[in-house]
Design a protein around this ligand. Structure first.
Ligand SMILES: C[S@@+](CC[C@H](N)C(=O)[O-])C[C@H]1O[C@@H](n2cnc3c(N)ncnc32)[C@H](O)[C@@H]1O
Length: 204
């Protein structure tokens, strides 16, 4: 991230916008289950909100400084902050009931790293677990904001196919003011057997 992004993401302004407007839209009515993985948690703008919605929240962050800041916020609570990479998640298979990434995908260095993140999120989710994300689109303004930072925009239409390839189902994408929220589910075992049964049907 560049200096302006660090200032913005650690600001009270962003925390208020996140908790009052953004998160209620992204998370609304979605059961998060007992253990949520917050990916690319930054300075924790969303963390307090998420801890009110899920009994246990694990926050992953790539930047060591921000991860230390998060560790301090989690201190004493039923959660943890972990320094690590979203495309190589340091967690066992089927650990989480849900996963959330706000403004993280476009910070990954390549399309391949994004696809690897989808595969990793699928792996660490339990069957039936839900993946939620919020992303901005490609625009000249967003490119300017990310000068000297990483900006790998993800097109909503391509996200659909790429999530299917990673194994997700029930994908929903909703646009709002040039940004979008995305929801995808790791199918539970019953759904999987129906899907694989359908795939193995002989041609009529
Ligand atoms: C724009 S900030 C958003 C932070 C937070 N989600 C929020 O809404 O305030 C993007 C965050 O993703 C983190 N990030 C970038 N690449 C990452 C990776 N490979 N793994 C985990 N986090 C990453 C950055 O360090 C940064 O904190």
């Amino acid at each position: 991230m560049n200096a302006a992004e660090h200032i913005f993401c650690s600001s009270l302004f962003w925390r208020c916008i996140s908790q009052r407007m953004l998160l209620p839209w992204v998370v609304s009515a979605i059961p998060l289950g007992d253990h949520l993985l917050e990916i690319g948690a930054g300075y924790g703008a969303a963390t307090a909100y998420l801890r009110r919605r899920a009994p246990r929240v694990t926050s992953l962050e790539y930047d060591h400084h921000a991860a230390c800041h998060l560790q301090f916020q989690h201190d004493g609570g039923a959660g943890a902050a972990v320094c690590g990479d979203a495309s190589q998640l340091p967690f066992a298979d089927r650990t989480f009931s849900s996963a959330l990434a706000v403004l993280v995908l476009h910070h990954l260095k390549s399309r391949e790293a994004q696809d690897q993140m989808f595969v990793e999120v699928f792996r660490v989710l339990r069957p039936g677990g839900v993946f939620l994300t919020f992303e901005i689109g490609d625009s000249w303004l967003n490119r300017i904001v990310h000068v000297r930072s990483t900006f790998t925009p993800i097109a909503p239409a391509s996200a659909f196919e790429r999530l299917i390839t990673a194994g997700f189902s029930g994908i929903e994408i909703d646009m709002r003011s040039g940004a979008f929220r995305l929801r995808a589910t790791r199918p539970d075992s019953e759904e999987l057997s129906v899907l694989s049964g359908a795939a193995s049907c002989p041609p009529q």
